[in-house]
Design a protein around this ligand. Sequence first.
Ligand code: GDP
Ligand code: MG
Length: 598
Amino acid sequence: KQIANIRNFSIIAHIDHGKSTLADRFLQLTGTISEREMQEQLLDDMDLEKERGITIKSHPIQMVYTAQDGQEYYMNLIDTPGHVDFSYEVSRSLAACDGAILVIDAAQGIEAQTLSNIYLAMDNDLTILPVLNKVDLPSARPEEVGMQVAELLGVEPEEILHCSAKTGEGVVEILEQIVHDIPGPSYSGKTTTEALVFDSVFDSYRGAIAYVRIFEGELSKGDKIKFLHTNREYEIVELGRLGLKRTSLTTLTTGQVGYVICNIKELDDIKIGDTITTIADPSDTPITGYKEVKPMVFSGLYPVDKGEYENLRQALDKLKLNDSSLTFEPESSQALGFGFRTGFLGLLHMEITQERLRREFNVEIITTVPNVVYHIILKSGEERFVERPGDLPAPGDIETILEPIAKVQIITPTDYTGAIMKLCEEKRGNLDHMEYLETTRVNLHYHIPMAELMLDFFDKLKSVSSGYASMDYEFDGYSADALVRLDILINKEPVDAFSTIVHRDDAYHIGQQLTVKLKELIPRQMFQVAIQAAIGSKVIARSTVKAYRKDVTAKCYGGDISRKKKLLQKQKEGKKKMKSIGKIELPQKAFLAVLDRN
Ligand code: GDP
Ligand code: MG
């Protein structure tokens, strides 16, 4: 059975192909927002998102559209995060939809995220409506790109809509096609209630709010409900639909999308992908696809100023309120003092979090080299997962180290194929296969260790392809390799924050680079400083910082007191940015240098 007047859909696209602009046109055309309220890219409301041109958090929004058939349709546009780090969230948002509008820039053509989005939409059995956007651009090639898209989706090129989200041309036709081609929500008519939690947000007054799509039955204010995966029970305090703002209703019925508030204190208590049922009409079959998301990347976060520890903790607590996928626990390091081991879904998630700590909370932080989670098999047969290089057992006890591998797709003009293949090889990549999208564009399928993607892969890919290559990746399991822990010792003391896990063949080279770099960065001391790189007890590279007596006030001869004071003050400020290891002051730059392996 189907509900005729509801359409639940999302817009999927490669970054910059025009998803937000098209969403804005929909909101305007349906009168969901007035001209006055209209601002460019309404749906991307975080500064950071705007700057990076990515949508991190999704907002569902309901529009009422009076179609050419004279009927009113409730159109729920469910926005998805635009980055692979959040692919589980994307998949849950798509699971709440019946269709997806696939936006392709008619000048750029198919890109890596176009493909990964198509796969996600297909996995969720969505009706895909392909749309070629930016046809107003002189460089648009709608015929060519249309042929490729048609072939990819198995449709006729004539069926593909053309539009300009910028000028508004062709946008009404898209709304009409949504009405005609995307099916209304279907339901089996069983008597139990099942609602999918596809997103959640935190509101400082109302607590954690769940965004839901009702698949069977209905939810009403006052209902006693249960989350099937967490097994928690609550009472619904308020529910309703989501326009620009929340509008409360008494009931959400089958097929509808809306929000549910039930005095849940923490975001973490609502699991995305969970199923809500009612105590009155309980279901025991959760909606499929639920997964517990686990951090993939870990990094130590330390306050530059030891006195800021408490501030850092509070800032992380606050971020966690709005981001349940962020994990952190206290850790201490001989070198850096007290800080937090922090887990992220991926690299972008890590960068965003670190940036927000600096900008929104004003905490100056030092971050250790990010690392992936290693799967260790010990000679004793015991297995464990290691989240920080320092926790790696002694080399003699280890049977095998397995590392996470990413399945990577890179789409590039053929001119850059050689340079990209070389880069992938340097990053220990294995070419699985390649396929031509057209004679001058190719899709390279690689397996590359996640750890290698983490450092500078994206930047390098952009640079070797002059910005033309696009990529996407997903976790594809663990695989064994000859990995070792590389330690850095300063005056014979290992500095835990500098330990990394690297491939045996790269260890010597990386050890050399690090010791040379650190030599440049560690200021001279009154004694000699020995810097060594070692695997276990074997030193593989070393450098030395010669002794030097640094006294900035020496030249002042006691004459100009204020100048002397100023210099001392400067020196003091400089010291703040340093981390002392034993008696040696290490500048923050030294820690960052370890990240940068160029
Ligand atoms: P998103 O990353 O997919 O959300 O893409 P945006 O909607 O942010 O659009 C990326 C850029 O393309 C912006 O500068 C838009 O103004 C521009 N853009 C979007 N649609 C069109 C279009 O139809 N024609 C032209 N010329 N530019 C467009
Ligand atoms: Mg956008």
